[in-house]
Design a protein around this ligand. Structure first.
Ligand SMILES: Nc1ncnc2c1ncn2[C@@H]1O[C@H](COP(=O)(O)OP(=O)(O)OP(=O)(O)O)[C@@H](O)[C@H]1O
Ligand SMILES: [Mg+2]
Length: 621
C-alpha cells in the first residue's frame, strides 16, 4: 500500500498516536507523568553529581579534607532521586504496556466484528490470509509506537527542562545544547523518513507471507495429492526471502543511524567540556556547573533515543493502521430492516422471486460485473418443495444465497410471506429461513455446539430431533462421546456425508419455516438423501417447512412438487419432473447424465453409510 511522502507519514503517524491518546487518556496520563518525573529527575541527578564534584571532591583534592555534611546530603539526595526514578519508570512502563495491549485487544475485537458485519461480496474480494494479518500483525503494528511513546513525550519535556537549566547556568553552554538537541531531533526525523518505505514494504510482505502459508495449509489436500509440495515450498520460500531482505534493509538502516544517535550526545559532551573549560577560566562558571552540564549531556543520550524509537515505528504504524482502517471503513454492509414476521408461528413460509437480476461485484471496481441471473421469477408456496435443477454454473447457488439474503439482488424483489427480505430484521430473517450450503462448514467444537450454536430454546431434545430428521442420529449415537464428541477443525474427524448431515441438522434445529438446501446431501447415499427429503416434507411432529432444494438425483427431484430448470441464469422451464422430462430435452439430458455418473460412482466407491469414520481427507465429489 502506498503510504505517500515521508512528510505525510510523520503527520499521519502523529494523528494515529493522537487517536490512541484520545482512546486511553487516563492511562496515557499516568505513563507520561511517570516519564516526566523520570526526565526531571535525570536533570536533577546531573546537578547533584555536579554538586558532589564541585563541593566535595574538588575541596577534598585541593585541601585533603572531606566535607562530611555535604557528602551525606548528596548521598541522601541521590538515593531519594533514585527511588523516585524507580517510581517514574514503573509508572511509565506499566502505563505504556497497559495502553498498548488494551488498544491491540480493542482493535482486534473491532476488526473481527467488522468482518462479520461486512457482506459476502466484500469477503469474496479479500483473502483469508489478508483477514488474518489485518486482525493480527496490522493491529499490532498500528499500536507499536505506543510502547516508547510516553518515554518520548517525557524526554521532550526533559529536553526543554535541560535547555532551560542550561540558560540558567550559562548562555555559552546553552548554545551548545541548542545546537546538539535540535540536531538529535533532526537526525531522528531523517531516520524515520528513510525508514518509512522500508517498513511499509516489510509490513506488506508479512501479510503476503502469512497469506501464502494459510493458503498452502488450507489446500494441504490438493498440495499433497497433486505432488505440489516442492512448488508450494518454493513459492513460500521466495516471498519469505523477500521479507528477509526487506527486514535486513530495515536492520541496515538501523545499523547506520543508531550509532549516529549514540555519538551525537557524546560529541555534545566534548563540546561542553571545551566551551566549559574556557568559561571556567574566564570565571563565568564554577566547577560544579561545568560537571553538572557535562554529566547532563551523557545521561541525556539514552532517553533521547526514545524519540527515535517512536519516529522509527511510525511508518510501520501508519502502514498497519491504513490496513486496519480499510476494514473498519469498508462499506457495503447490508442494513437490515425493522419488520419482523410472526415469531411464534411454525407454519411454512412462502418464498417468491420477482424478476430478480444479479451480478457479482467485479474483481476491480472499474470492470463491469458479469450478469449471473436475469429475470428470475418463481415461487415456493407454503409447505411445498421446489427443486432447482440446472447445469453447473447456471446460478443455483446464487439463487440459494439470494433466498436467505447473503447477497442482495441488483434488480427485482425477493419476498418471504410477501415481505421484502431487505425489510426484515436480522433475527427474523435467521429464524424464518435457513440455508444449508453446498460446502458444509463445521466448527472445531462438539457435535452439540455445532448444532445448537448457542441458540435459545435448543436443548438436547431438539438437537436429537434435528439429528433424526437429518438421518444423522445413528452415527452420532455411535460416536465415542455422543453429542460431546469433538469433531476436529472443520470437522476433519467426520466423513463428507456426516459433515453434510450435521450442517443440515444445524439448520433444522432452528425450526426454519423455509429451508434452502444447496446440494446439501450430495455426499450422502442416494437412498438416505431421498429419505431425508421425504422426512422433511412430512415430519412426524407436524408442520413441514417450505423447501427450495438444489438437487441432481432423479429420486430426490421426483419428490418435489415443482421443478425449476435454470440455464445460464435464466429460468428455462418449470413443471413437474415428469412433465419436464418429456418436454425439455436439455433437462432430460442433464438428469440422465447425472444418473449415469451416479451409477458409475456407486460402482467405484462406497458412501459413508457403509464405511466407518474416515480420515476426513477423502475427496467428496
Ligand atoms: N463470488 C463470485 N464472484 C464472481 N462470480 C461468481 C461468484 N460465485 C459464482 N460466480 C459465477 O456465477 C455463476 C453462477 O454460479 P453459481 O455458484 O450460482 O452456480 P451453480 O449453479 O450453483 O453451479 P454448481 O452446480 O457448480 O454449484 C457462475 O458463472 C460463477 O462463475
Ligand atoms: Mg452451486
Amino acid at each position: 500500500m502506498a503510504s505517500g511522502t515521508s512528510r505525510d507519514v510523520l503527520g499521519r503517524g502523529l494523528r494515529v498516536l493522537g487517536r490512541a491518546i484520545r482512546e486511553q487518556p487516563r492511562i496515557f496520563a499516568v505513563a507520561v507523568s511517570g516519564s516526566v518525573l523520570f526526565g526531571l529527575l535525570v536533570i536533577a541527578s546531573a546537578y547533584v553529581v555536579g554538586g558532589v564534584v564541585g563541593d566535595v571532591v574538588v575541596p577534598a583534592v585541593e585541601r585533603g579534607e572531606v566535607a562530611r555534611g555535604a557528602l551525606a546530603l548528596a548521598a541522601t539526595a541521590l538515593f531519594g532521586i533514585s527511588v523516585l526514578r524507580v517510581v517514574g519508570i514503573f509508572g511509565r512502563r506499566l502505563g505504556a504496556g497497559y495502553m498498548q495491549y488494551r488498544l491491540q485487544a480493542a482493535y482486534r475485537r473491532r476488526v473481527t466484528r467488522r468482518y462479520l458485519e461486512l457482506p459476502l461480496a466484500w469477503h469474496h474480494r479479500n483473502s483469508t490470509g489478508t483477514l488474518l494479518s489485518n486482525a493480527n500483525s496490522d493491529v499490532e503494528a498500528a499500536w507499536y509506537p505506543i510502547a516508547p511513546l510516553p518515554f518520548a513525550v517525557g524526554t521532550l519535556v526533559m529536553l526543554v527542562g535541560a535547555v532551560a537549566s542550561l540558560f540558567f547556568t550559562d548562555w555559552a553552554l546553552a548554545l551548545v545544547g541548542l545546537a546538539v538537541f535540535p540536531a538529535l531531533f533532526a537526525l531522528n526525523v531523517v531516520y524515520s523518513r528513510r525508514m518509512a518505505p522500508r517498513q511499509a514494504r516489510a509490513q506488506r510482505l508479512r501479510a503476503e507471507v502469512s497469506g501464502i502459508a494459510h493458503e498452502s495449509f488450507d489446500g494441504a489436500l490438493v498440495v499433497k495429492t497433486m505432488g505440489r509440495e516442492a512448488q508450494e515450498t518454493a513459492r513460500f520460500a521466495s516471498r519469505a526471502g523477500e521479507l528477509r531482505d526487506a527486514l535486513i534493509s530495515v536492520g541496515r538502516l538501523r545499523g547506520v543511524f543508531d550509532p549516529m544517535l549514540e555519538t551525537l550526545p557524546s560529541l555534545g559532551t566534548l563540546a561542553v567540556l571545551v566551551v566549559g573549560a574556557l568559561r571556567l577560566r574566564e570565571g563565568a562558571i564554577t566547577v560544579t556547573e561545568l560537571v553538572s552540564v557535562a554529566f547532563l549531556f551523557t545521561v541525556l543520550a539514552f532517553p533521547v533515543r526514545a524519540i527515535g524509537w517512536v519516529l522509527a515505528e511510525l511508518p510501520r504504524s501508519v502502514a498497519g493502521w491504513d490496513r486496519v482502517r480499510r476494514v473498519l471503513d469498508a462499506t457495503g454492509e447490508m442494513p437490515y430492516g425493522t419488520t419482523t414476521l410472526d415469531p411464534a408461528t411454525h407454519e411454512p413460509a412462502t418464498l417468491a422471486f420477482d424478476d430478480v437480476h444479479f451480478a457479482y461485484e467485479p474483481a476491480e471496481a472499474h470492470l463491469p460485473g458479469a450478469q449471473v441471473l436475469g429475470e428470475v421469477t418463481f415461487t415456493v408456496p407454503a409447505g411445498k418443495t421446489v427443486a432447482l435443477v440446472g447445469p453447473t454454473g447456471a446460478g443455483k447457488s446464487t439463487i440459494a444465497s439470494l433466498a436467505v439474503r447473503l447477497v442482495d439482488p441488483g434488480a427485482g424483489r425477493i419476498t418471504l410471506d410477501g415481505v421484502d427480505v431487505r425489510e426484515l430484521t436480522a433475527a427474523s430473517l435467521a429464524a424464518t429461513a435457513a440455508l444449508v450450503a453446498q460446502v458444509p462448514f463445521v466448527f472445531d467444537d462438539t457435535v452439540r455446539a455445532n448444532i445448537a450454536l448457542d441458540r435459545a430454546g435448543i436443548g438436547d431434545d431438539e438437537v436429537w430431533a434435528a439429528l433424526r430428521l437429518a438421518e444423522a442420529d445413528g452415527f452420532v449415537a455411535a460416536l465415542p462421546d455422543g453429542l460431546d464428541t469433538m469433531v476436529g477443525e472443520r470437522g476433519t474427524s467426520l466423513s463428507g456425508g456426516q459433515r453434510q448431515r450435521l450442517t443440515l441438522a444445524r439448520a433444522l434445529a432452528g425450526r426454519p419455516r423455509l429451508l434452502v438446501l444447496d446440494d446439501a446431501t450430495s455426499a450422502v447415499d442416494p437412498r438416505v438423501e431421498a429419505a431425508i427429503l421425504a422426512g422433511l416434507r412430512a415430519p412426524a411432529d407436524g408442520a413441514p417447512a417450505s423447501i427450495l432444494v438444489v438437487a441432481y438425483r432423479r429420486a430426490t427431484i421426483a419428490l418435489a412438487d415443482e421443478v425449476i430448470y435454470v440455464e445460464q441464469g435464466r429460468v428455462v422451464a418449470r413443471g413437474t419432473h415428469t412433465e419436464l422430462l418429456s418436454t425439455v430435452p436439455g433437462y432430460a439430458d442433464l438428469v440422465t447424465a447425472y444418473e449415469q455418473a451416479e451409477q458409475e460412482r456407486e460402482q467405484n466407491r462406497t458412501y459413508d453409510e457403509v464405511t466407518p469414520l474416515t480420515s476426513g481427507l477423502e475427496v467428496d465429489r
